[in-house]
Design a protein around this ligand. Sequence first.
Ligand code: SF4
Length: 187
Amino acid sequence: MIFTNDDYTVRPLKVSIGCYDFMRKYAAPHRFIEYCRRCPAYGARWGCPPHDHDWIERLSHYGGVLLLGTKITPRDKALPADAAHDLMRPVTDDLNRRLLDLERERGGVALGFAGKCTYCGETPCTRPQGLPCRHPHLVRPSLEGVGFDVELICRYLLRVPLRWSSDGLLPPYLVVVGAWFHHELCR
Ligand code: SF4
């Protein structure tokens, strides 16, 4: 399905938090790795676990976290649940671009909203062959992919509780969220 801006409304979401607090309240890598292991993307794309290093340990050295997200509300209230990927794609691409711009211009590290990696188009990912990623400058793991509890983050930091599909239909809105870990201390 192809969606245009006329098919949905967007509300930007943004919040800053100190890295120590963020880790303490929202990191649960041992719980989330179990969910990831059940996903077909596990070990099949470079943005997904297992990773070659401990992301939580690496990120814990930063001073602050800027969370950026978007709430997407489709105008059509009866879209099928499988429309989610196409609906989120342009918003996700824009969010990932902004996070990578922050990383490039100001240092730190961006975590994107991974979903289905599309940088290679229809060409299969290199990971199952053990070959390097074709676009390592673009691919980052997601918050959930390194072990953060995105449901809690959306509920308590972004103040937009996640909603789930039911009866084969999309929920009333979707949320995409990513983060930029930086060296500036924030409370
Ligand atoms: S950019 Fe290509 S090679 Fe890299 S993770 Fe995505 S699909 Fe795989």
